[in-house]
Design a protein around this ligand. Structure first.
Ligand code: HEM
Length: 304
């Protein structure tokens, strides 16, 4: 495949890629179904290049194996806080790809090759270029990913351990647009209260308010404890920018539980992150494992 030699061959493809920290550059691609009759053959014949990952949305699972297949895979739905605000609209796509590169040009050429390989079954419906900032920070300046599980805990948080889906993972992808001036208008100490950590040294505040983002999402505070492996990346230019929130878990329900808490669905307390950022859309995807040659393991959908 074009330019795949520009990435280290050791870089995994498919679900295994979720374990690596965010790359310098990436593309998030969303596809629509153009030719339903070609979907099974295209997916069965696909060979993912290193550094790429494919997520199957509910519409593709329904098409291939019927509504009863992959019951854990829900479509993302529109949600809102108790008074109708804030809103977290969904924009579920049939198929999602995450294409990583050593630089934006490498990601672009891998993305082009992937689009060609997915035709005529799928057509590109949206794309978003992603980049790293300051060694893993959100554009707000805060380190993003500090409390991610690591080692065996990361494997347990992200990968289905047994059964027909063993070795696969579920991805939640949600696009946020920031209004950074709203955050920057606050004194630094108040900005830190929004997140619940200090921007200067990433230390968690001992007395963060209940609406601070890290108090709303504290993984051990859920019953049962709910862990996500987050791999979010910034997007955009001077005029419009934000975060593509990307997180892997053993089921979409992990993200949904956390989002419900952020929206104040449980107790009316809305996550302070909504003070400076807005959800534009999002989707849930099942990310199958890929063999050494990049072939997707699609037995759960009756393929291969
Ligand atoms: C504008 C959107 C968001 C921004 C800027 C953001 C940023 C951050 C930052 C700076 C941290 C603290 C450092 C860290 O542990 O990574 C954090 C923690 C966290 N975020 Fe977000 N986040 C956003 C949306 C979300 C969403 C949508 C979810 C899940 C539904 C989420 C889940 C988490 C979790 C689980 C933690 C770690 C909490 C803990 O256990 O301490 N975040 N986020």
């Amino acid at each position: 495949m074009a330019n795949s030699d520009a990435l280290p061959a050791a870089r995994p493809a498919g679900a295994a890629l979720a374990l690596l920290p965010p790359p310098p550059a990436a593309l998030a691609l969303e596809f629509q179904i153009d030719a339903p009759d070609a979907v099974a053959a295209v997916l069965a014949g696909l060979r993912l290049p290193p550094g790429t990952l494919l997520g199957i949305g509910r519409p593709v699972a329904d098409l291939l194996a019927g509504p009863g297949a992959l019951p854990a895979l829900s479509a993302m739905v529109d949600r809102a806080g108790p008074g109708g605000q804030p809103r977290a609209p969904a924009s579920q796509a049939p198929l999602f790809a995450w294409v990583t590169g050593a630089d934006p040009g490498v990601a672009l050429h891998l993305g082009r090759a992937l689009c060609a390989a997915l035709a005529p079954a799928f057509g590109l419906r949206a794309e978003l270029a992603l980049y790293g900032y300051a060694g893993g920070r959100d554009l707000s300046g805060y380190v993003d990913g500090t409390e991610n599980p690591t080692g065996d805990a990361a494997l347990a948080a992200a990968y289905v351990a047994e059964g027909p889906l063993a070795g696969s993972t579920f991805l939640a992808a949600q696009r946020w647009q920031h209004a950074l001036r709203a955050l920057e208008a606050l004194p630094q100490a108040d900005q830190d209260q929004v997140i619940g950590r200090r921007r200067s040294d990433d230390v968690e505040l001992a007395e963060a308010p209940p609406r601070a983002h890290v108090r709303r999402t504290a993984q051990e505070s859920f019953d049962p404890p709910t862990f996500l492996l987050r791999r979010s990346m910034p997007w955009g230019g001077v005029g419009a920018h934000g975060l593509l929130f990307l997180a892997y878990a053993t089921a979409p329900a992990a993200f949904d539980r956390m989002m419900a808490r952020m929206l104040g669905e449980e107790d009316g307390v809305v996550d302070a992150v909504f003070d400076f950022s807005t959800v534009l859309g999002g989707g849930h995807y099942w990310v199958p494992a890929a063999g050494p040659g990049g072939a997707l393991e699609l037995g759960a959908l009756g393929l291969g």
